[in-house]
Design a protein around this ligand. Structure first.
Ligand code: ATP
Ligand code: MG
Length: 567
């Protein structure tokens, strides 16, 4: 490709809307442009890199026996009614009507459609197992689109679904996809972890997320030197030891203007560990009180799973006033005005002489003890794990946390969709057998951004060869110098003839501008044709290491070809 005619509009300034490196660089390097919040157009360079990522995914899936097909993005309501998800998706789903007023959505994910396809087209156990996949555009009206294509409203996903007759079959299909994912993310040169993930209210152990380690990741990962790693949402907290202190007499204390744990620890001059906070939550159509140690955070995923709730949020000030008889900040387990279930974290049961809200404005109780003063309705694990916690696997207090970007998710679905939609095959005895499913997603466009997050420097992107939009930039220092221009052209053509994806920077620009753009766009290799062109000497540079050497034209071409073929 000759850059004088190529649509690669680079920007010198950092666009104000872009907070993170990959988003800034995707705009600055001319890979994409924003159309609306969470909606982007890929320009030629961006599309080339995206297609590379797609093809790595495709190859990994094909190598593991999955079959590619392509479903529509425009999907009729009926399928989502069958599974109950027309309701559940809520505002995340883009909905529309056709001219006959029939309801459609833009598919946020395709479990229903694949289940229906297998139901209608696979009839015998002899045709199993089967794993089907597509690489396709998904639509989700995300509450907070951000970080460019990391969380966008239109994005490309690879979604795959496996169909098996029994649990052992599902386990094998799942393991097969796990292996495919490792191959895929290795090929993209991502530094990632496969972490245990939440598998919803049904529980079970069959769910892992592939997390790219990154400070800007929206997920927190807990990990231990023993090898355990899990999403914070899922990471189990162990109950810990019980305090053996003597129980002291309970007192009501005046705590004016002390609603938050910080205000209380200051006014009472004690540690947050001696407080139990009580939070009122609304879970669908009921409210519950959740208690945990003052310095802990509620794990809403664990709470939601325990309650089997679809929607979970902190209760409104009115709900809190009605239930506790006090404004927000004074809730406690003793003397609630309305009976609600009290759910306590394990640690609460082990605490002695705690301070709790008195369900009365400006008052707390001190020296409160479970069993003597109140009994929770349920005690369990409802908090977020933190650094220094005890590992639930090896039992050592070595939990550490880091941030991650979820690029893929593998999940043992079981029979949720096949049962709801009647997806069965005939077994050996001619009887209907409900299929057991797995589902496996990769955020293809999110991967592109994640690769840039992990492969860049202050000058721009540093593409791994496997996903680079072009492998080599051939740069004549002075395009008006005939010898340089001719030699650059020759190198460019020879590279292309050998299957190398090359660009020729034949723009009438200063060499400084060409170099800056080459670094920003991040071509893995650059061959510069300058003053020594007449002697057949060029400069060969690797973007990643910054190594630069003078080589003969033949050596430079041979070296570039070899580098590209390494992949
Ligand atoms: P998240 O927790 O990030 O919202 P999710 O659990 O909703 O992800 P899945 O439904 O499992 O995601 O989708 C499969 C993959 O699609 C995810 O692992 C992620 O890489 C990608 N993905 C999901 N939502 C988006 C989005 N809004 N923009 C870009 N990629 C996305
Ligand atoms: Mg999501």
């Amino acid at each position: 490709m000759k850059l004088s005619k190529y649509l690669a509009p680079t920007l010198r300034d950092v666009p104000a809307e872009a907070e993170i490196t990959s988003h800034q660089l995707m705009l600055r390097a001319g890979l994409m442009r924003k159309l609306a919040s969470g909606v982007y157009s890929y320009l030629p360079l961006g599309l080339r890199a995206l297609k590379k990522v797609e093809n790595i995914v495709r190859k990994g899936m094909d190598n593991h026996g999955a079959q590619e097909l392509l479903m529509s993005a425009l999907l009729p309501r009926e399928y989502y009614e069958e599974s109950g998800r027309w309701e559940i998706f809520g505002e995340d789903m883009f909905r529309l009507k056709d001219r006959g007023q029939r309801d459609f959505c833009l598919g946020p994910t395709h479990e229903e459609i694949f289940t229906d396809t297998v139901k209608n087209n696979i009839h015998s156990y002899k045709q199993l197992p089967v794993t089907l996949y597509q690489i396709q555009t998904k639509y989700r009206d995300e509450r907070r689109p951000r970080f460019g294509v990391i969380r966008s409203r239109e994005f490309i996903m690879k979604d795959a679904y496996s169909f098996d007759r029994d649990q052992a079959g599902l386990d094998a299909s799942y393991k097969n996809m796990y292996d495919a994912y490792c191959e895929i993310f290795d090929a993209m040169k991502l530094d990632y972890l496969a972490v245990d993930a939440d598998s919803g209210a049904m529980g079970g152990s069959g769910s892992q997320e592939f997390m790219v380690k990154s400070e800007i990741g929206e997920d927190t990962i807990a990990y231990c030197s023993c090898g355990y790693c899990a999403n914070e949402e899922k990471a189990q907290c162990v109950a810990g030891e019980k305090d053996s202190a003597e129980m002291l007499p309970m007192n009501k204390i005046h705590t004016p203007n002390s609603r938050t744990i910080e205000e209380l620890t200051e006014s009472l001059n004690t540690d947050a560990k001696h407080f139990a906070k009580t939070l009122i939550y609304r879970a669908d159509d009921k409210c519950v009180a959740v208690m945990l140690r003052g310095d802990r955070e509620v794990n809403e995923t664990k709470l939601k799973n325990h309650l089997g709730a679809i929607e979970l949020e902190l209760a409104s000030a009115e709900d809190v006033m009605r239930i506790t008889g006090a404004p927000v900040g004074f809730a406690g387990p003793i003397g609630l005005k309305e009976k609600v279930e009290i759910i306590a974290d394990f640690e609460i049961a082990g605490m002695k002489n705690m301070v709790v809200g008195a369900n009365e404005g400006d008052y707390h109780f001190e020296n409160v003890n479970t069993e003597r003063d109140f009994t929770p309705d349920f005690i369990g694990d409802f908090r977020n794990i933190t650094e220094g916690d005890i590992c639930p696997v090896c039992g050592k207090a070595e939990i550490k946390t880091c941030r991650g970007i979820e690029v893929g998710h593998i999940f043992k679905l079981g029979t949720k969709y096949s049962e709801a939609m009647g997806c069965t095959v005939l077994d050996e005895n001619g009887k209907d057998q409900t299929l057991i499913m797995g589902c496996y997603g990769i955020g293809v466009s999110r991967c592109l951004a994640a690769i840039i997050e992990q492969h860049s420097d202050e000058n721009g992107i540093i593409w791994p060869m496997s996903v680079a939009p072009f492998h080599v930039a051939v740069v004549p220092v002075n395009s008006n110098d005939t010898a340089q221009a001719e030699l650059a052209d020759k190198i460019y053509n020879e590279l292309i003839a050998n299957g190398v994806e090359a660009v020729l920077d034949d723009r009438n620009e200063r060499v400084g501008v060409k170099f800056k753009d080459a670094d920003l766009i991040g071509y893995p290799l650059r061959i510069t044709v300058g003053k020594k062109a007449a002697d057949g000497i060029v400069e060969y540079k690797e973007r990643a290491s910054g190594n630069m050497e003078e080589l003969t034209v033949a050596d430079a071409i041979a070296k570039a070809i070899a580098k590209v073929r390494e992949v």
